[in-house]
Design a protein around this ligand. Structure first.
Ligand code: ADP
Ligand code: MG
Length: 707
């Protein structure tokens, strides 16, 4: 059967590569997890060295770049002394050069013959005018003169990552290339079956798998390299997308939930008590959610919207639909301060509706908690607001129908799974809200099976925040500006970096900052808040600032998420070069929440590296969270973002989410179409998909982390 050929070839043990030594076989497994032909073929070069066609010695000039020469060895001598070396005189039709080796003489002597045309590749050094040397050049026999004489295209050499251990055993980049050459050559003589169906190759103009493997390791030119990369990236992304759509389909079939469509409570609030009118984007999200609650399948929706875009009210409106049909709702916030703030806001919204709401955090008193948990279980509470404490086993509901997770920047797959067990009858609907917009490519790759709603616009009447960058020497000017703003009755945040690794130093800087601000503004009341304080003191400080009892709040990034004090219109970020881009944007979202003009001031030292500079410039240039998220992705690479590195989900072998958005879109569109038309890959044209999909399911580790 034709499949046999393919399986056979790719699953061959590398021990079958002609001439490979046993210790190399073992090392490749240990160091690079390469066991089969496929493992090796998919160990792609990280870069290529372009070797241009031959140069004549007389044309060398003073170049110091690597060059290729062609000529004969006319003399060979060993020069003794402490620094023993082998010197070969090399000549082409225009000049001569010394080739010098300090090691491996006997092997090289054996290789060098008179009257043989050689090609050498190396770095020229001129010890004197006309005294040309190459130290340890690469040298190969030119078998067919004519072919190479006419050859004027560059040749490309693959470079592979390797390890010290491998290098010691002749498996440096060149050694790996030699193995690749062997199996690529074998592959060209073998019949293999595609991993992508013919109609996809045609539609997207992709080269065959065989060609792709050939050119990814040994490209002829830029174009063949490009085509092979495109083909392999497409394949990689296509099967990930296919898997995501498939999982979504399976979930839709399995995870039945309850239908919620009673709108009386919603309408009551919407028509009589909504404190403002919704933006168009907010309305659209409410409709998205309403539609989800209708389907009988579990909702699993991500709501992303920049800081201040008004996600909370959307969540509250959705809650009303669920509560009206007897469901209970939980909303989880990342910090106690934020949970408390939500609680107070919900209480004021819900007052005319007679809803019962409670707040559960780590510092809820025991007696209060016991009572609350009883009420929750008995179904006497409609909405419970809290922190991670909500996930504890002791928190049981009568009918948990809807769970909202606020300000989620990290993957909460495990948490989500835990939630699902809190309702024994059906899967509760889930809404995850985030102000860290997820760049499109990441969202498609990792939340591919999740529905996404986005709020792009901010409520009307907000003035864009003005952001400026100052060096330390401008501090007096900055303080002068602060006093002008304070005189207008505004409040100010001053934020200091705080990182675990440098915790003590950061703590001292924070205190020193607090002192210097106290000295600079003796008549102003100033608060301080940081991670080392207990919740009660933090809460107290926060409330003083909220009530405008303090005018300046000196703090660490504990204020990063969610806090809402519209009268605070100035934020100074100290040592801004130490903050990440998305983090600064989050912080900046604490201001610009009222109708007055807000200002964000980034203070830095003088020594800014390229990346810090780019971050600061971006902050000054734009307040658009989506633009910032995209740039952050470019500056940091996807791995750092949102804790993805730890999740292992980013184990892409060749595709790059920062640059391959177009290929991803194509792969996604085709995967989606296939799942819709032929979900079990039964049509003859999809046979190869069926085979490859199930093969990948069984390949160790391939997809273990997805979803
Ligand atoms: P975030 O999306 O960052 O969680 P919030 O939900 O906290 O934003 O909303 C920010 C502020 O904007 C709140 O004070 C909220 O009441 C207000 N707000 C929300 N939607 C609107 C709207 N459509 N018009 C006016 N103000 C709004
Ligand atoms: Mg919020």
């Amino acid at each position: 059967m034709r499949m046999d050929h393919m399986d056979h070839f790719f699953s061959k043990n590398i021990a079958l590569i002609p001439g490979i030594e046993p210790d190399k076989i073992q090392l490749l497994g240990e160091e690079l997890s390469i066991y089969t032909y496929e493992d090796l073929l998919r160990y792609y070069p990280f870069r290529y060295e372009e070797r241009t066609h031959r140069v004549l010695i007389t044309h060398l000039g003073t170049t110091t770049a690597n060059v290729t020469l062609q000529g004969y060895i006319t003399k060979l001598q060993k020069i003794g002394g402490a620094k023993k070396r082998l010197v070969a005189l090399f000549q082409d039709e225009t000049g001569k050069a010394d080739l010098i080796w300090f090691q491996n003489f006997s092997w090289i002597i054996k290789k060098l013959q008179p009257n043989t045309l050689y090609k050498i590749w190396g770095k020229p050094t001129f010890t004197a005018p006309n005294q040309l040397q190459f130290i340890h050049p690469e040298i190969t026999v030119l078998v067919d003169k004519n072919v190479d004489k006419n050859q004027d295209r560059p040749s490309w050499f693959p470079l592979y990552h390797t390890t010290d251990n491998l290098k010691k055993n002749k498996l440096d980049s060149k050694g790996i290339a030699a193995l690749q050459k062997k199996i690529v050559t074998q592959l060209q003589l073998t019949t293999i079956t595609e991993t992508l169906p013919a109609y996809l190759l045609t539609t997207y103009r992709l080269i065959s798998l065989k060609e792709a493997f050939k050119y990814i390791h040994f490209p002829m030119n830029q174009e063949s390299l490009h085509q092979s990369r495109r083909r392999l990236k497409f394949e990689e992304l296509f099967y990930i997308q296919l898997r995501l759509f498939k999982m979504k389909q399976i979930r839709l079939e399995k995870q039945a939930s309850k239908v919620f469509k009673n709108l009386w409570l919603f309408n009551e609030f919407y028509k009589k008590h909504l404190p403002f009118s919704l933006t168009d984007d907010q309305k659209k999200v409410v409709r998205d959610i309403y539609r989800d609650l209708h389907t009988g399948h579990q909702m699993d929706r991500l709501l992303q919207g920049d800081v201040g875009s008004g996600k909370t009210i959307v969540a509250f409106l959705a809650m009303l639909i669920v509560v009206a049909d007897g469901g209970q709702v939980a909303i989880m916030a990342p910090t106690e301060i934020l949970a408390k703030q939500h609680y107070l806001r919900f209480c004021s919204f819900a007052e005319p509706l007679n809803l019962r709401i409670a707040l559960l955090t780590g510092s809820t008193k025991k007696k209060e908690r016991v009572h609350m948990l009883y009420q929750l279980k008995a179904g006497l509470l409609h909405i419970i607001v809290g922190t991670h404490a909500l996930l504890n086993d002791e928190v049981a509901f009568k009918e948990l129908a809807f769970f909202v997770i606020d300000e989620q920047h990290r993957f909460g797959v495990a948490q989500r799974a835990g939630l699902l067990t809190k309702n024994k009858c059906y899967f509760p609907h889930i809404l995850i809200m985030t102000a860290t917009p997820i760049p499109r490519t990441l969202a498609m790759t990792f939340y591919g099976d999740l529905a996404i709603s986005t709020i792009y616009q901010l409520p009307e009447g907000r003035l864009p925040i003005q952001t400026q960058h100052y060096y330390e020497k401008a501090r007096l000017r900055v303080f002068k500006f602060l006093s002008q703003q304070l005189a207008l009755g505004r409040q100010v945040y001053m934020v200091y970096p705080f990182i675990e690794e440098s915790a003590l130093l950061d703590y001292h800087n924070l205190l020193a900052g607090y002192e210097s601000v106290t000295r600079a503004f003796p008549a102003v009341s100033i608060g301080i808040i940081h991670g080392k304080m207990d919740y009660a003191s933090k809460d107290l400080e926060m409330r003083r600032f909220e009530k405008n009892e303090t005018s300046i709040l000196v703090s660490t990034t504990v204020i990063e998420v969610g806090i809402n004090v519209p009268n605070a219109t100035v934020m100074v970020i100290e040592s801004a070069e130490r903050f990440g881009l998305s983090q600064m944007h989050q912080l900046r979202g604490r201001i610009g929440r009222g109708s007055a003009q807000s200002y964000c001031i980034l203070m830095t030292g003088y020594q800014l590296n390229k990346v810090s500079k780019a971050r600061i410039e971006t902050m000054v240039k734009t307040t658009n969270g989506f633009e910032i998220a995209e740039l952050d992705l470019k500056l940091r690479g996807p791995g750092d973002l949102m804790g993805l590195k730890q999740s292992g989900a980013l184990d892409l072998k060749i595709a790059d989410l920062t640059t391959d958005a177009n290929i991803l879109e194509e792969a996604r569109a085709s995967a989606k179409g296939i799942i819709e038309k032929d979900p079990n890959f039964q049509s003859p044209s999809n046979l190869v998909i069926h085979e490859e999909y199930h093969r990948l399911l069984h390949v160790k580790g391939s997809w273990s982390r997805i979803g």
